[in-house]
Design a protein around this ligand. Structure first.
Ligand SMILES: Cc1cc2nc3c(=O)[nH]c(=O)nc-3n(C[C@H](O)[C@H](O)[C@H](O)COP(=O)(O)OP(=O)(O)OC[C@H]3O[C@@H](n4cnc5c(N)ncnc54)[C@H](O)[C@@H]3O)c2cc1C
Ligand SMILES: NC(=O)c1ccc[n+]([C@@H]2O[C@H](COP(=O)([O-])OP(=O)(O)OC[C@H]3O[C@@H](n4cnc5c(N)ncnc54)[C@H](O)[C@@H]3O)[C@@H](O)[C@H]2O)c1
Length: 474
């Protein structure tokens, strides 16, 4: 039975745990899927590599409003696809080869594995592995609705839809979250006829109401949007197409035929395949592994020494930058068991790379108004891109920055941006929240370049009705 100093389940964020510290120590890296995990192979990276050219395909429409006539001649889907995966597949394979063939101290097991105890594992092919320390970085997977027809070849998840052959004429996108928003924009930008169908009456429901409402309206301007329909079944319509059938719960049916039905209905943590019960691991209600602030897995409410979890299998964010930070914390704690460091989740931002783009950090207005300690006053400011000089240059009628702050202290509680490069514009606000810089200091301390689009953030900060100390920068 091979014994290791460290066993890691998952080669996504888990792969980065193998620092030079482990040279000369024995490490087992175990992954039953494609080497490199979700973000590299089927997640953040390929999606954004489709988002960017899809955005370019939309430039003629934007340019026409500014007096520049451009024509879109053709979208080479297969060429784009092959360029993307030509790069990604090579990175995955070279990472795999490095661990499997070039690092003497690392054994790569390309196999599924389950726990037989907190520090003992068994692979699907029967190899028993034990280790002094263990990290579970097993990620999450797409959750498919339990309806007839989900197994049809026309039905895809984000795992498979990026590799299809040829740009589909019609796509049905089921869901109203991140993945639905991004793929609806990608396919519609490239010219597919997209119908997005969502159960509830609003897209991106976890976001601030103002942003979700504006995004829902913006989406309806760009592609067909059907709200308030629950998926009942997918039927084979013959000729390579399928029909997604939805119900409004009151006897009405919606039938949408398309070449591709994309299920973007959430992701579930991969805890079920690990036999967490055999190891005695505690689970949260959402199925993630329960961990302490040092990211040690809990068993009966107590942390297990040297047994850690990180990423989608252990946090509710399902974001790569969160998994990366957790990996740095776990890497430190594995190497310094006598000086454990906690994970800090202050000001976790996220972005939806749709059209328009959305970025967000901290509390929504509703959360702030219901959650902030009694006696503190919440103030908000909404600033449209179109009120700034750069917004005029763009003729922007959609972009908006919404800020939520505490009046007395000037503490920024949340920031929500919809529009061009929202994921970039939000970063100074993330910085301010992470380092506790109050609104008056951020707005008036640094210079803000004129007339950059970033002025919309400066103006939103200045518009917040917070108390400004007398000695604040002018
Ligand atoms: C379409 C899409 C787009 C996304 N875009 C973004 C984005 O723009 N920005 C962002 O921050 N996040 C994005 N995400 C989320 C991001 O990809 C994940 O949060 C991140 O990849 C999670 O990393 P991880 O290390 O926790 O898990 P993963 O990278 O999923 O790694 C887990 C690995 O564990 C392996 N594994 C699981 N169970 C077992 C087992 N029992 N035995 C052996 N191996 C096992 C799997 O094969 C997998 O390779 C996106 C996700 C998707 C699906
Ligand atoms: N840019 C990014 O950071 C990015 C991009 C993509 C994915 N992600 C991560 O991946 C995770 C998963 O993305 P997602 O979009 O699949 O999940 P999500 O949780 O964002 O949205 C799921 C959607 O599916 C709907 N839904 C769930 N079950 C359904 C059913 N049976 N029938 C119809 N609709 C149903 C929900 O109402 C919701 O609108 C996200 O939470 C996100 O953190 C991040």
């Amino acid at each position: 039975m091979p014994h290791y100093d460290l066993a890691i389940i998952g080669s996504g964020s888990g792969n980065s745990l193998i620092t030079p510290f482990w040279d000369g120590r024995r490490v087992a890296l175990i992954d039953g899927g494609v080497f490199g995990g979700t973000c590299l192979n089927v997640g953040c990276i390929p999606t954004k590599m489709f988002v960017y050219p899809s955005g370019l395909a939309g430039v003629p429409v934007e340019a026409a409003g500014l007096g520049v006539d451009l024509n879109l001649d053709k979208v080479h889907w297969n060429g784009i696809r092959d360029r993307i995966f030509g790069r990604i597949d090579a990175i995955s394979e070279s990472g795999r080869r490095y661990r499997a063939e070039e690092q003497d101290n690392v054994d790569l097991y390309q196999d599924h594995v389950r726990f037989t105890g907190p520090r003992s594992l068994q692979t699907a092919t029967g190899v028993e592995i034990t280790a002094d320390q263990v990290v579970v970085a097993a990620g999450s997977r797409a959750a498919l609705p339990d309806v007839p027809g989900v197994g049809l070849p026309q039905v895809h998840t984000s795992d498979t839809v990026m590799r299809i052959d040829g740009l589909p004429a019609r796509v049905v996108v089921v869901g109203g979250g991140y993945i639905a928003a991004e793929f609806a924009a990608v396919f519609s930008g490239f010219g597919s006829e997209v119908t997005q169908v969502n159960r509830s009456g609003r897209l991106l429901r976890g976001h601030d109401d103002e942003i979700a409402r504006r995004f829902t309206a913006a989406a309806a301007d760009r592609w067909k949007l059907e709200l308030g329909w629950a998926l009942e079944a997918v039927e084979d319509s013959g000729g390579g197409t399928a029909t997604a059938v939805f119900s409004d719960g009151g006897g009405r049916r919606l039938r949408v035929e398309a070449e591709i039905v994309l299920m973007a209905t959430g992701r579930v943590p991969n805890t079920d395949g690990l036999d967490a019960a055999a190891a005695g691991f505690d689970l949260n209600d959402d199925g993630t592994l329960a961990v302490d602030p040092h990211l040690r897995i809990l068993s009966g409410g107590q942390p297990l020494e040297g047994v850690y979890a990180l990423g989608d299998v252990a946090n509710p964010y399902q974001l790569k930058h969160v998994a990366n930070r957790e990996a740095r914390v776990v890497a430190h704690n594995l190497e310094h068991p006598d000086r454990l460091r906690p994970m800090d989740y202050t000001a976790v931002p996220s972005a939806v790379f749709s059209t328009p783009q959305i970025a967000s950090v901290g509390l929504t207005e509703d959360e702030a108004r219901s959650g902030v300690a009694a006696g503190t006053e919440v103030v908000t400011a909404v600033q449209e891109y179109g009120t700034t000089a750069y917004g005029w240059a763009m003729e922007d009628a959609e972009g908006v920055v919404k800020l939520v702050a505490e009046r007395g202290t000037g503490r920024l509680l949340g920031a929500h941006i919809l529009g061009h490069e929202a994921s970039l514009l939000i970063q100074p606000l993330v910085q301010a929240m992470a380092t506790s810089v109050p609104v008056h200091q951020l707005a008036r301390g640094p210079f803000w370049i004129h007339p950059a689009l970033m002025e919309v953030v400066e103006n939103a900060l200045l518009a917040l009705d917070v108390e400004v100390p007398e000695d604040a920068p002018l």
